[in-house]
Design a protein around this ligand. Structure first.
Ligand SMILES: C[S@@+](CC[C@H](N)C(=O)[O-])C[C@H]1O[C@@H](n2cnc3c(N)ncnc32)[C@H](O)[C@@H]1O
Length: 215
C-alpha cells in the first residue's frame, strides 16, 4: 500500500498514538516482515476512539486478519463495560495466530472467533451490532452493504478501510474489480439517505458512517 499523505504526516500521526503495548508492536513487526496489510496505529486508534465514543459493546469485524484491528475494538469494548468482538477471517492459521495475540493482550473473554467467509458469517449472525468494521477483499464491498444495513443497529457506526485504495480510485484506466468495488461502495453509501458518512484520509482512507435511526 502506498501512502497518500505526504511525509512526515503518516509517521507523525502514528507517533501520537499513546499506550501502545509491546504485543501490538510485535504484530506490527510481523506485518512489516511478511507484507501483511494491517490498519496500523493511527487508523487503529481512530477505530478505538469511535468505538469508545459510542459506548460500543458489540462489534462485528469482517476480514480480521491476525487480530491487529480486533485489539483496538477489544480495548474499547472492555473499557465500555465489556461485551463481544467478532473476529472473522477465512484462514484457519490467521485465526489461530489472532487468538495467541489477543489472549496475550488479555482479551480472551471478549473475542468470538469464526473461520469462514465474512459477509456470510455476518448474514447468519444475530445482528444488532453497535459497530461493524469492514476490511475484506475490496471487490466484495458493494455486496456487503445490504447485509451491514440489516445487521447494524439503528444509530450504529460502520467503519470501512481502504477507501482511497492507494489512489487507484483516481486512475480512470483502473477498472479492476477491487478498484470498482471501492468506487461503487463509496457511491452507494454517500448517496444513501440512511447514512451520514465521512471519509477520513488517514493512511489508506477510512469511511466512518452513522446509520441514521428511522430511515
Ligand atoms: C486487509 S487484511 C486486514 C486485517 C485486519 N483488519 C487488520 O487490520 O489487522 C484482510 C484479511 O481478511 C481476509 N479476507 C478477505 N476477504 C475476506 C472475506 N470475504 N471473508 C473472510 N476473510 C476475508 C484476508 O485474507 C486477510 O487475512
Amino acid at each position: 500500500m502506498s501512502e497518500l499523505l505526504p511525509e512526515p504526516i503518516p509517521n507523525y500521526l502514528d507517533s501520537l498514538v499513546p499506550d501502545h503495548p509491546g504485543e501490538l508492536r510485535e504484530m506490527e513487526a510481523y506485518a512489516r516482515e511478511h507484507g501483511f496489510p494491517i490498519i496500523g496505529p493511527a487508523s487503529g486508534h481512530l477505530c478505538y476512539l469511535v468505538a469508545r465514543m459510542i459506548g460500543a459493546r458489540s462489534v462485528f469485524e469482517l476480514g480480521s486478519g491476525f487480530g491487529y484491528s480486533t485489539a483496538f475494538f477489544c480495548r474499547a469494548v472492555q473499557e465500555n463495560g465489556g461485551g463481544t468482538v467478532h473476529h472473522v477471517v477465512w484462514d484457519e492459521e490467521l485465526s489461530r495466530r489472532a487468538r495467541r495475540h489477543l489472549d496475550a493482550l488479555g482479551y480472551e473473554g471478549t473475542v468470538r472467533y469464526r473461520v469462514g467467509e465474512a459477509v456470510e458469517a455476518l448474514r447468519e449472525s444475530e445482528g444488532g451490532y453497535d459497530l461493524i468494521f469492514n476490511d475484506i477483499d475490496k471487490q466484495a464491498y458493494p455486496e456487503s452493504l445490504p447485509v451491514i444495513e440489516e445487521k447494524l443497529r439503528p444509530g450504529g457506526v460502520l467503519i470501512i478501510d481502504n477507501m482511497l485504495w492507494s489512489g487507484r480510485i483516481f486512475d480512470a484506466e483502473d477498472t479492476s474489480p477491487a478498484t470498482e468495488g471501492v468506487r461503487e461502495f463509496t457511491r452507494r453509501i454517500t448517496s444513501s439517505p440512511g447514512w451520514i458518512t465521512s471519509l477520513v484520509p488517514i493512511r489508506d482512507g477510512l469511511i466512518v458512517a452513522f446509520r441514521k435511526p428511522g430511515v
